[in-house]
Design a protein around this ligand. Structure first.
Ligand code: GLY
Length: 330
């Protein structure tokens, strides 16, 4: 089944997996290749859920979260609340390789980036600033902010630029709100597993809010004898249900990658109790998407709701595949 190397990524991961595959073909180690692939997406100003151009926190500052994991060493590196450095996944890899730590946060993460010579820059693009201003203007009719015409920004950008993860985020009155993220899991030619997750997190979050992406066990997890998993979507739900960890444990019990992802989401749904988070049917009214890769090369992805895809790169070819929904519409 395997045709190693194998990569599985979130819907927005096609540039990352194809770049990673081309690097792997030239003997770049899998984790370096995944991080280099993710850097393409972190650099893309049109991708408003990851890296440069990501949607900011409620104060208009972009804060990034990322984690990487090395299966054979069973070591992770992560950064949370990283400001003014677009290369969150690369910096997470520096944490993994250069330190005894697993997670650096806030000012400490930004200082670490400066110490290592990473470029310091404003990550807020005009388009992301537009979206943030539109969000502020939509908050209340009794504050001093004037709402723009629906769908149009002060600076001429369209506000619904299609950068939400087809339901991973939502748009209200033309204002995008997202939990979008990139995740890539990979199995190399030796049968070892590696993974990375990178995000600008929940749009308009409270400053300092970290989601699931930098947290080992939630945004990603590897047991090198079993498999790798990662999550995108509502980070608070993934955090409180250890979604990536549960998925890997499911694969350890013998479930297929897709069934393990589905089982982790079933647990999450069962434990979601707050009425504000439930729809009329009593199901979570948000989405979490789980990507899973087993040690034998089996891949699968599941989502709470329909309409999601993942990227699978195997034996030199890339395919976009639907995720299996826990609560399909029909
Ligand atoms: N899954 C990304 C986040 O919630 O921050």
């Amino acid at each position: 089944m395997s045709q190693r190397p194998v990569l599985i990524a979130s819907w927005n991961g096609a540039p990352a997996t194809s770049h990673a595959a081309s690097l792997i073909a030239r003997s770049t180690p899998m984790l370096d290749a995944i991080v280099a692939g993710i850097a393409l997406v972190e650099d893309d100003p049109e991708e408003m859920t990851v890296g440069y151009g990501g949607l900011p926190n409620e104060e208009g500052e972009v804060e990034l979260d990322a984690a990487v994991m090395d299966g054979p060493r069973h070591k992770a590196g992560a950064v949370a609340g990283l400001r003014r450095c677009r290369r969150a996944a690369a910096l997470a890899l520096e944490v993994l390789r250069r330190t005894d730590h697993a997670l650096l946060v806030g000012d400490g993460a930004s200082r670490f980036a400066r110490q290592l010579g990473y470029t310091e820059e404003n990550l807020l693009t005009p388009k992301a600033r537009d979206a943030w201003l539109a969000w502020k203007a939509s908050l209340s009719e009794r504050d001093a902010w004037i709402a723009p015409d629906e769908g149009k920004s002060r600076f001429g950008h369209a506000l619904d630029a299609g950068h939400t993860e087809s339901g991973d985020g939502a748009k209200h009155a033309g204002v995008p709100r997202t939990w979008g993220t990139i995740h890539v899991s990979g199995l190399d030619a030796n049968g070892d597993l590696y993974a990375a997750t990178s995000t600008s997190g929940l749009s308009y979050k409270l400053p300092g809010r970290a989601g699931d992406s930098p947290v080992v066990g939630s945004g990603l997890f590897i047991d090198n004898d079993v498999g790798s998993a990662g999550a995108t979507g509502r980070g608070e739900a993934s955090l409180q249900n250890c979604v990536a960890y549960e998925t890997v444990r499911g694969m350890e019990t013998g479930l297929s990658a897709q069934d393990a992802a589905l089982a982790a989401l079933r647990l999450l749904a069962r434990r979601t109790r707050e009425p504000r988070l439930l729809d009329a049917a009593g199901h979570p009214d948000f989405n979490v998407i789980v990507y899973a890769l087993r040690k034998d090369g089996d891949v699968g992805a599941a989502s709470i709701r329909d309409g999601y895809t993942c990227i699978v790169q195997r034996g030199g070819s890339t395919a976009t595949e639907p995720t299996r929904a826990l609560f399909p519409k029909n």
